[in-house]
Design a protein around this ligand. Sequence first.
Ligand code: CLF
Ligand code: SF4
Length: 288
Amino acid sequence: MNADLEKALQTHPCYNEEAHRKYARMHVPVAPKCNIQCNYCNRKFDCSNESRPGVTSEVLSPEQAVAKIGYVKEKVPNLKVLGIAGPGDPLANEETFETLALVKEKYPDLTLCVSTNGLALPENADRLYGLGVRFVTVTINAADAAIGAEIYGSVLWKGKRYTGEEGASILLENQLEGIRRCADLGMLVKANIVMVPDINADHIPDLVKKVRSLGAYIVNILPLIPVEGTRFQDMRGPTPEERKRLMDACSVDARMMRHCRQCRADAIGLLGEDRSGEFAGCGLGKGD
Ligand code: CLF
Ligand code: SF4
């Protein structure tokens, strides 16, 4: 790891447990569209790639996002990381790249972080790297298309909608290739895995081994939060004990993140401290 990346890692609240009480992150919700349908997601809400389902957020244009960052930076001096995590899939929205380019130019001191379902990651890995992104999260819930088919309703790939194992295997191939490419480029990849006890829990240790073998730096196992109006609305989420047991078992194979707060696509502040309401609408229409 080079010295700049090592330095950024020291102040990244998600990748480094030591940092999360001291340094803040801000998400800008510039990415409304999604290219897949997860069975636990209600499109009206934030992407649970990186955010707790059930909470809506405003969508900002890249220019509005940059204006808001300027405002928040003044009020939150410990802001270190600028993340793009939805409310849809960041890589399905050109606005993500426009925002990253603007932030890189205007606020080069901020660490850039992107979270994706991975479908469009192989084709965008170089582009993200070129924009200065060194932290990429891929939400991946299965390394087996048969299990994936139970989690993903459909996958929109090159203009066509795929379902079942066909859709799940297109997504999986891209996720694995995307993780490999990003890791090979020298980015720090986090794999987010949504634990669904009745579907993928027993399979997660194999999935963790797989993402590690491709170079993932850290793994975050999130609990399913059933959301009304989704196919998984009656599915049960894991108990804290079940999740802890799984994380303990997987910690033999990979570094585990244990302090995730499943934050919103417009979260601002320290992890667990949500100041997004305080800044709602800030910077909008003001330009600078
Ligand atoms: Fe945001 Fe995600 Fe970057 Fe962190 S969140 S894009 S890696 S800056 Fe962090 Fe929030 Fe958990 Fe995500 S606590 S949901 S892991
Ligand atoms: Fe929802 Fe995110 Fe899944 Fe897209 S990738 S369907 S926004 S949870």
